[in-house]
Unconditional design. Sequence first.
Length: 109
Amino acid sequence: MQPIVNALGAAVSGLRELPGAGGSNAMPASVAGGAESAPFSDLLTDAVGQVDQLEKQADAAVTGLMTGTGVDVHAAMIATQKASMAFELTLAVRNKAVQAYQSVIGMQF
């Protein structure tokens, strides 16, 4: 789950400006970061790829547990919980992105 949190943190720090109603549109230095970052879509794609990798690891751990190839119950449970938490985080980010999109679409200009 930590790689996903890092990727999402990097995505947020990669955003340089927010549209505003006036004044300064620049993000605070504490949020914007100092280095150039990859586009937000690339970071989300990487995060989804990491979730997929965690899912594959959990599947392999459960398969190893069922076949008796030396995987203990604790390792299988930890792998499945990591995958579950990563998926829930990804789903929450997706829901927030859809909610933000719907808010922008609903705005009157």
